[in-house]
Design a protein around this ligand. Structure first.
Ligand code: ATP
Length: 346
C-alpha cells in the first residue's frame, strides 16, 4: 500500500495524444506538460544521414521555408504514422521534455490511436513508443479518450455521441457502458480543409499559398455556416502568372464555398453514424445531443451547421483541442478505467 502510494508519487507515467496536427503530453499528477505541432525538421548530410534539427513549434515555423539540406516533416498523416523513424524521434523528444530531459525515465505510456486503424498501424505506434523509451504501452481509441476528456458519462448504459474533428481524421462514435457501440473514422479533417483553401486560391486567383497560410485563413475567416457579417482578410502568396509576390483580399463567403467538400464529408459521417445507431441509444442522443471535440470543432459555426443538418442539440467540449489528452490522462489516475477502455487486441 505504502509502496503503491510512493510509486504514485514518483510516477512518470504519461498520456500522449499523438495527432496528425498536434502532439499533446499529459503527465500524471501534473496535467498537460507539452502541446506542440507534430512537425520535425531534419537535416540531411551529403552521405544521406539524417539528424533532427528542431521539433514542434520551432519546426512548424520552418514548414515551406527550408533550404535544400533541411526538410520539415509531418511524420503523421491521416491519423497514422507515415514516417516511423521521424515519429520515434519526435516521441522521444516529447517524452524527454515531459521529464525535463532526464533520460533514464522509462514511463508507462497511454497513447491514443484513431478508431479503425489496422493492426499493423497499431503495432507501429506501440513500437514507436517503446523505441522512444516507454516501459509499457497502452493504446486507447481516440473517440473514447475524447469522450472521457469532454466529461461524457461513458460508463452509463446510455448513448453518448462524440465527433472528434482532428487534423487528419474525423471520428464519430457512439459510446455506452464504456464501449464503442458504433464508430466511423473518415480521413477528412483540418488538413483537407487547408488543402481545399490552397486549391481555391490557385483556381480563383492564380495565387499560390502555403499550407500555413491556408490554415491561418481557415482559422481566421473560415466558417461552416453563414455568419451575420461577412469577414475579410488579406492574403499573401505568389502570383502563378507573374511569378511575383502578391497580396489580395478574400472573404468568408468564398472560403465557406471552398470548404464545402471536406465539411460535407464530416456531416455525412455524422449522418451515417446516426442512421446506424441502435434505436434506444438514438433516443438518448436526441436528449443529450452531439458533443464536438478536436481542433476542427473550433471552425466557426460547425456546431450550427450540424444542428441544422441533424435537428439535434450540438455542444462543443470545453477545451476541444485537449479533450483527447485529458481523457487519456484521466485513465492514468483511474487504473480500472484504463483496463476497461484500453485496446489489448494485439
Ligand atoms: N479556430 C480554428 N478553426 C478551424 N480549425 C482549427 C482552429 N483551431 C485549430 N484548428 C484545426 O484543428 C486541427 C488540429 O486539431 P487537433 O489538434 O485536434 O488534431 P490532431 O489530434 O492533431 O489530429 P488527428 O486527430 O487527426 O490525429 C488543425 O487542422 C487545425 O488547423
Amino acid at each position: 500500500m505504502v509502496v503503491n502510494k510512493l510509486l504514485g508519487l514518483f510516477s512518470n507515467d504519461l498520456a500522449i495524444d499523438l495527432g496528425t496536427a498536434n502532439t499533446l503530453v499529459y503527465a500524471k499528477g501534473k496535467g498537460i506538460v507539452c502541446s506542440e505541432p507534430s512537425v520535425v525538421a531534419v537535416r540531411k548530410d551529403a552521405r544521406g544521414g539524417k539528424s533532427v534539427k528542431a521539433v514542434g513549434r520551432e519546426a512548424k515555423e520552418m514548414l515551406g521555408r527550408t533550404p535544400g539540406s533541411i526538410v520539415a516533416i509531418r511524420p503523421m498523416k491521416d491519423g497514422v504514422i507515415a514516417d516511423f523513424e521521424i515519429t520515434e524521434a519526435m516521441l522521444r523528444y516529447f517524452i524527454q521534455r515531459a521529464h525535463n530531459r532526464r533520460k533514464l525515465m522509462r514511463p508507462r505510456i497511454v497513447i491514443c490511436v484513431p478508431f479503425g486503424i489496422t493492426e499493423v498501424e497499431k503495432r507501429a505506434v506501440r513500437e514507436s513508443a517503446e523505441q522512444a523509451g516507454a516501459r509499457e504501452v497502452y493504446l486507447i481509441e481516440e473517440p473514447m479518450a475524447a469522450a472521457i476528456g469532454a466529461g461524457l458519462p461513458i460508463a452509463e448504459p446510455s448513448g453518448n455521441m462524440i465527433v472528434d474533428v482532428g487534423g487528419g481524421t474525423t471520428e464519430v462514435a457512439v459510446i455506452s457502458l464504456s464501449g464503442i457501440v458504433y464508430s466511423q473514422s473518415v480521413r477528412v479533417g483540418g488538413d483537407k480543409m487547408d488543402e481545399a483553401i490552397v486549391q481555391h486560391m490557385k483556381r480563383k486567383y492564380n495565387l499560390l499559398v502555403g499550407e500555413r497560410t491556408a490554415e491561418m485563413i481557415k482559422c481566421t475567416i473560415g466558417t461552416a455556416y453563414p455568419t451575420d457579417e461577412v469577414m475579410t482578410m488579406e492574403v499573401k502568396g505568389r502570383d502563378l502568372v507573374a511569378g511575383l509576390p502578391k497580396t489580395l483580399e478574400v472573404n468568408s463567403d468564398e472560403i465557406r464555398d471552398a470548404l464545402q467538400e471536406p465539411i460535407n464529408a464530416i456531416v455525412e459521417a455524422v449522418r451515417i453514424a446516426l442512421e446506424r445507431t441502435p434505436p434506444e441509444l438514438s433516443a438518448d442522443i436526441v436528449d443529450k445531443g452531439i458533443v464536438l471535440a478536436g481542433g476542427g470543432a473550433l471552425l466557426k459555426n460547425l456546431d450550427i451547421l450540424l444542428r441544422e443538418e441533424t435537428g439535434l442539440p450540438v455542444l462543443i467540449a470545453d477545451d476541444p483541442m485537449s479533450s483527447v489528452v485529458l481523457g487519456s490522462g484521466q485513465t492514468l489516475d483511474e487504473i480500472e478505467l484504463l483496463r476497461e477502455v484500453a485496446d489489448n487486441s494485439y
